[in-house]
Ligand binder design. Sequence first.
Ligand code: TPP
Length: 378
Amino acid sequence: MSLVEFEVGKNASVPTAPLTVLREDDTADPALMPEVSDEDLRAIYRTMIQTRTLDERMVTLQRQGRIAFYMQSTGEEATTVGSAYALRPGDWIFPCYREQGAYLWRGATVQEMAHQCYGNYLDYTKGRQMPVHYSFRHLNIVSVSSPLMTQVPHAVGTAWAMKLRKDPYVTMTYFGEGSTSEGDFHVAMNFAGVYKTPTVFFLRNNGWAISTPASVQTASENFAMKANAYGFEGVQVDGNDVLAVIVATRRAVDKALRGEGPTLIEALTYRVGAHSTSDDPSGYRTEDHVSPWRDKDPVQRFQRFLAKRGLWSPEWEAELQERFKQEILEAIEVAEKTPGPAPETIFEDVYAEKPRFLQEQEAELMESLQQTKAEGAR
Ligand SMILES: Cc1ncc(C[n+]2csc(CCOP(=O)(O)OP(=O)(O)O)c2C)c(N)n1
C-alpha cells in the first residue's frame, strides 16, 4: 500500500495536433468557428494592422537613434490580439514584453505607448523603465518586468486572491517558451494546479529565446504537456490563426470561471524579426528558417479569410495603412516634444512618507542642479 494516494493524470490531455480553425482554402472550419460578429472580425484585423504598423515605425525610430530600444512582435499579432479579444475588461493581464497587440485591443493608445518609449513626463512609468516596458493600470494591465517570468507567479497569486474573494474574473499571463526554463514557471504552475486558480497561462512559442532555439529549451515533446505534470490541461494552438487563438482562450477562460482551474495554452508561432533592436539574428539563423513562416503570416491569412467573406477590400486596406501610419507619426511628434520627467520625481513613489536619507539626497541633487544652471548662465 502506498503512503500517499493520488490520481495520476486526472486532467491529463497530451495534445496531438494544434487547434486550427483557418483552413488551407482560407475558409473557417464550421465546427470550430467561434461566435464573432463581422464588426468584431474587422476590428480584430484592424488592431493587427495597427500593431504591425506601430512595430515597424518604432524599429525605424530606434535605428535613427531617437529611442533607445525596441522589441517588435511581427508575426505574433494573432497570439496577442486573439487572446486579448477573448478576455473581458475586468480580467487582468500580466504581460511579458511582446504583447503590444493585447494592449491596443484593450484600449491603450499609440500616443500612450509613444510617451512610454520616449520616457517623458507623460510616460506612466516616469522614464524609469526601458522602452516597451509598459504599464496600463487603468486597463488592468500590470507593468512589464525585464526579469523573465516574474509576472507568472504574480498572475497566479492575483488569481488565487480573486478566487478567495469570489471575484468573477481571470488572470492571463504571457511568456515565451524560453522563459519556461525559469524556476518561477514551475512554482507558478504547481501553485495554480493545487489551488485551481483562474489563470490562463499563454505561452507564445515563437521558436527562439534570443539565439537559443526552442528545440534545445526542453527535453519534453512539447511545452503544452508540461501542464499535465501539474494536474491541469495543456493545449496547443496554431498561433498564426487568430480564430483558433480566440477559441482556445475562450475555452480556458470559461473553464476558469466555472471554477475548474488553470489552462496552459501553447501558441505555435514564429518570431519573424530580431529579438530586440540589440539583436542581429543573421548571426544564428538563415533566411531558410524564416521564409516558411512568412508564408504563414497571421495577418495575411486572416486577410484572405476576411476577403472571402466580403469583409476586406484593397481600399479598406489602403485606408488602414494610411490611418495607422499617420497616427504613429503624430504620436511620435507629440512624444518627442514632451519634456522629460522632473528630476525630483526619481525620489517619489517608493515610500508613502519620504525617509530622511531620501530627503537629503533630493536636497543635494536640487542644489547641484541649481549650481550647474547658475554656472551655465555665467
Ligand atoms: C531572468 C532573466 N534571464 C535572462 C534574461 C535575458 N533575456 C531577455 S529576453 C530573453 C529570451 C526570452 O525568450 P522567450 O521567453 O522565448 O521569449 P521571446 O523573447 O521569444 O518572446 C532572455 C534570455 C532576462 N531578461 N531575465
